[in-house]
Design a protein around this ligand. Structure first.
Ligand code: HEM
Length: 374
């Protein structure tokens, strides 16, 4: 008997690609609406990374098809049906390549950074070398191509599924030769890894002002407290921030910084331990401190004042944070300093072990940010 099945590897590739592509259509159409900036960026980068993965798998699939014979169509299919199937498959392949390559060109003409599974994204040479105006207009065309091709692909997938159901009902063997056979362990593992990877990575627009991505590795939130002439300096190692700021419209600024107070570090173990006690930050009850500002005022060249609200230990107080910003090539360095009264937030007693500790604590920020939108 002639073996009519597709090779097991070819089947795995088909079903992994099917799952990835359907997930990508869903992700593409929903990622712009993710409210949390960090999660939105992560979703975009996941989309871009999986898109390149699809492109690589499609190249593999085409090469594989070129060297291994496809099982012949059943004799029950008419000439017209065979032609329809061939054209349908060609359109599916063409659209997938068009979407993936236009997506790659899209990010190669963008001034926002992209990450390929956490690494700098290799961009397409010809597009990268274009001037800013050319990039902008090509970028818009590419976005339209990417979007319309995605609609076309969704429609073609719909037809493909209907045709498959038709073949399955007719029982002509077309469905069963590509149907997953469990335990096709390879397929199960590949699908599980894809799903787990997607879920694990998912977690990253329409901007009013420019959006910035603050790099926590190159940024610091620090404090300085003085007691009996001794200065204690420390930092918060873990924080998350969402920043929308445009020097041309500072009143549209939106800043939200969430600090994990457990990440406090002074370099002295016993001091850190004291700071994590209920008398000081009490992280068991108040794990995060939050700074939110919805407006900034100009205060001289490159200088502004954020008028915000700091919430610590459940106490919210207005806080002004003067800062300076220096930008170059889509990157910004932001430095600011303010003084807060720790006793207002119930952080620490007035004296520690008999030593008077000043109520005023200096807070400073030193942020490195990358521009995400114009
Ligand atoms: C088969 C693979 C892919 C599919 C099915 C897909 C699908 C989509 C869809 C449905 C959208 C939303 C379109 C809209 O309504 O605006 C989208 C947007 C986007 N995709 Fe893809 N995509 C793929 C590959 C890629 C790749 C490889 C990249 C980059 C490396 C990429 C980058 C983008 C970007 C940057 C956007 C946002 C466009 C904008 O809003 O300006 N995509 N994609």
């Amino acid at each position: 008997m002639i073996h009519q099945d597709y090779a097991a590897g070819m089947k795995v590739l088909h079903w992994v690609l099917a799952a990835l592509i359907i997930f990508m259509l869903y992700l593409g159409w929903t990622m712009g609406g993710i409210e949390n900036l960090v999660e939105r960026i992560q979703a975009y980068n996941l989309h871009k990374s999986l898109g390149i993965t699809i492109l690589a798998l499609m190249v593999l699939r085409v090469l594989w098809r070129a060297v291994t014979p496809t099982p012949p169509e059943p004799a029950t299919m008419s000439g017209m049906e065979k032609l329809g199937a061939a054209l349908g498959h060609l359109a599916l392949y063409g659209l997938i390549f068009l979407i993936a390559v236009s997506g790659w060109a899209l990010i190669s003409t963008s001034d926002k950074p992209s990450l390929l599974f956490g690494q700098p994204f290799p961009l397409l040479p010809w597009f990268v070398d274009l001037g800013p105006d050319e990039k902008k207009s090509i970028h818009q065309t590419l976005a339209a191509v990417h979007e319309f091709a995605a609609f076309g692909l969704a429609a073609m997938i719909g037809l493909h599924v209907l045709a498959t159901i038709w073949h399955a009902v007719r029982g002509d063997g077309i469905w069963s030769r590509m149907a997953p056979r469990f335990p096709g362990r390879g397929a199960a593992v590949a699908l599980a890894v894809t799903a787990a990877g997607s879920v694990a990575l998912l977690g990253a627009s329409d901007a009013r002002a420019t959006e910035w991505s603050v790099d926590p590795q190159k940024s610091a939130i620090a404090f300085e407290a003085t007691g009996s002439g001794f200065v204690t300096k420390g930092t918060f190692k873990a924080f998350r921030s969402e920043v929308e700021f445009d020097p041309a419209m500072p009143e549209q600024t939106s800043v939200r910084v969430l600090i994990d107070v457990r990440s406090v570090s002074t370099g002295q173990g016993d001091v850190d331990q004291a700071l994590l006690s209920p008398d000081f930050f009490d992280p068991a009850r108040f794990p995060t401190a939050e700074f939110v500002a919805r407006s900034a005022k100009p205060a001289g060249k490159g200088k502004y004042v954020l008028e915000g609200r700091l919430t610590m230990k459940g106490v919210a107080k207005p806080v002004s944070l003067p800062f300076s910003i220096a930008t170059s090539n889509g990157a910004a360095s932001v430095k600011g300093e303010t003084v807060i009264d720790r006793l207002e937030f119930g952080v620490g007693p007035q004296t520690v072990a008999g030593y008077a500790v000043e109520k005023d604590v200096k807070l400073s920020i030193d942020l490195a940010a990358l521009k995400l939108t114009n």
